[in-house]
Design a protein around this ligand. Sequence first.
Ligand SMILES: [Zn+2]
Length: 174
Amino acid sequence: MPVDKIRSEAEAEELLLLLQKFYGQPVMPLGRFCKAITTWMQCIVQNNTDPELSKTLLHGSDYYTFLNEISTDIEKSNLLGRLLFAREPLRTKKCPIHKGHWNGQAMFFEPCPEKCGGTGWLPERAEDQGFTGVLIREAREVDGRLQYRDPKTKEWIDGGKLDGDWDEDDGDEV
Ligand SMILES: [Zn+2]
């Protein structure tokens, strides 16, 4: 039953129900799941800080003060991005250069020659590209215009007119 186009939210919800039956568990957009987790965290905090609620219920009293920090770490987690958005398996081999440690230079500016993407860990499969939201491409200036190299074809592609200073040796994020 391949579906090439979903025409309405009602139709999408119907398909979700079919998927739920197939998997035998709830199936929903990731954003909906994340909202539920955030709501749960907010309720735990409220249960421990609202004078009326905290009179009788102390669930989470030993950890609720950490939930804000945990929530931030979850939101910015590259590992969760790779597992949930990029659908990568957990990486198990350390990068010989970065040895399991995150590296911002390799993630955002200068690609790691071992292709860890700055995560410190090597992709498990050849098709795993990581999930940083940032593509690092070789770039140069030609006659006041940006050009960047297509990583697959290796051809230079026009990226438009450059404004302001640009150092040819810096490379660029595109
Ligand atoms: Zn590396």
